[in-house]
Design a protein around this ligand. Structure first.
Ligand SMILES: C=CC1=C(C)c2cc3[nH]c(cc4nc(cc5[nH]c(cc1n2)c(C)c5CCC(=O)O)C(CCC(=O)O)=C4C)c(C)c3C=C
Ligand SMILES: [Fe+2]
Length: 425
């Protein structure tokens, strides 16, 4: 085991040097692309480890890395003790993998030749790569579709974990929606994210089964002012007005469940909404630049709100153009999603682009895997999405095909503690 750990550590140095090389190439690329595109990551090296333990789970305000593997599980056991045991095993494995170690204490190659290894091995020699693993509990864990209290948890279901209403125009596919549990793996290396989910699924065999999963690339948001704003597949900067880790007062108000919000086991946690939103890329690409900008309400190059100059200039919803019409139209995305139109509600977005190949007609099967964390979806995601579903001009180019809702408990504070302990106490 010690030998194994050493080999992962040695690899960090080697891979770190590789990353530095990539950084130089990246700067050249950025310079070629033009003045709008500063390098996307700043600060700590993309190969570093992120702390697993803390007041809040990592992977929520943590700077968004480039890759995602998101998975939703169905719990297949009826035995509460086995579920708790799984959460304990998962927590231990998650802490190890986040630190760049093998999922199990024996490791991928140090065990008995007669037994399956306790790590699958594809991350051997890879550094931690900023891996974060974030767990959430879906409404169906508390009561199944027939109203049965599956694990004696029904009384502990948060009111804020109320099923999302149907929204006009959505075309949800049940087989890629919902789930009793979810794990979000974010990392700077796709192999590290996939390795983590694969090993959690392997450990969970017989207790959980994978319901659906989604790979994402190219973050579509920033969660820190140190990160440059990335672009979504419509080519627009996405994440400019996001909640950021520096906004401590706003995070208390809008993100973290506070004492008294109830139930107590969720204090320090947050609610997660996922939406897989297919983007009708080919139609969008035939839309004029002016119309694209009008639909979003921001300039495509700079990301500035229409009527302003710079990306971070405040949005002025009252500004009018020479024709006396509002610069940001009544159906513009940023008007409808703006806190002033939604009782002050805001979201911490950390979504990803996805491309699942092409459909049978040769069109890209691509879009945004939308991920938003918040203190209470009933006051945040639901009203914002209600406005968007009714009036957003972008709807012509979008199709919501999957939906997920999860209660993400607070962080694991110390070794020995485990994901969701307070829920099962
Ligand atoms: C219900 C919440 C939201 C969904 C669903 C959603 C989908 C979606 N958004 C874009 C592109 C952009 N969104 C932008 C801003 C923005 N979007 C939401 C919410 C949802 N978006 C919010 C709360 C905001 C911020 C509003 C504000 O406070 O000003 C932007 C502008 C840049 C930015 O501020 O992030 C873009 C671009 C797409 C393409 C999409 C579905 C595929
Ligand atoms: Fe948006």
């Amino acid at each position: 085991m010690t030998e194994k750990r050493l080999s992962r550590r040695r690899a960090i140095g080697i891979a770190g040097a590789g990353v530095a090389g990539v950084g130089i190439a990246g700067v050249t690329g950025a310079a070629l692309r033009g003045a709008f595109d500063p390098p996307l990551s700043a600060g700590a090296s993309p190969s570093d480890a992120v702390d697993f333990h803390g007041e809040h789970q990592a992977g929520i305000t943590t700077e968004v890395p480039d890759r995602l593997h998101f998975v939703a599980f169905d719990v297949v056991t009826k035995d509460r003790a086995r579920l708790v045991e799984l959460l304990q095993d998962w927590t231990a494995a998650a802490a190890r993998m986040t630190a760049g170690q093998d999922a199990g204490v024996i490791g991928a190659v140090n065990g008995s030749p007669e037994a399956p290894p306790d790590d699958t091995g594809e991350a051997l020699s890879l550094p931690p790569s900023g891996l974060t693993l974030t767990v959430g509990f879906g409404p169906s864990l508390f009561r199944d579709a027939d109203g049965r209290d599956r694990f004696g948890l029904a009384e502990r279901r948060p009111a804020a974990l109320a099923d999302l209403p149907r929204f006009p125009g959505e075309a949800l596919r049940p087989e890629i929606s919902g789930g009793d549990l979810c794990v979000q793996a974010c990392a700077n290396d796709p192999q590290v994210a996939v390795h983590a989910i694969r090993n959690l699924a392997r450990i969970g065999m017989g207790v959980v089964s994978v319901r659906w999963s989604q790979l994402g690339f190219g973050r579509t948001s920033s969660t820190s002012r140190d990160q440059a704003t990335p672009r979504n597949l419509f080519g627009f900067k996405d994440g400019t007005a996001n909640l950021k880790i520096e906004d401590t007062a706003l995070l208390r108000e809008q993100l973290w469940v506070q004492p008294g919000d109830g139930p107590e086991w969720m204090t320090g946690g947050a609610y997660l909404v996922t939406r897989k939103i297919r983007m009708i890329i080919e139609t969008w690409d035939r839309t004029s630049l002016g119309e694209q900008e009008e639909l979003v309400g921001r300039a495509k190059g700079s990301g500035a709100p229409l009527g302003q100059h710079d990306e971070f200039d405040p949005i002025n919803l009252k500004a009018t153009g020479p024709d006396d019409r509002p610069r940001i139209t009544e159906t513009a995305h940023v008007r409808l999603a703006h806190p002033d139109q939604n009782n002050g509600a805001r979201l911490l977005r950390r979504g990803y682009n996805y491309v699942d190949g092409s459909d049978g007609l040769g069109r890209l099967d691509a879009g945004l895997f939308f991920i938003a964390y918040q203190r209470d979806p009933r006051r945040q995601f639901v009203p914002i999405q209600t406005q968007l579903a009714r009036h957003d001009g972008l709807n012509e180019y979008l199709r919501h095909v999957s939906s997920g809702l999860f209660a993400c408990p607070p962080g694991v504070r110390e070794p020995g503690d485990f994901w969701g302990r307070a829920l099962f106490d």
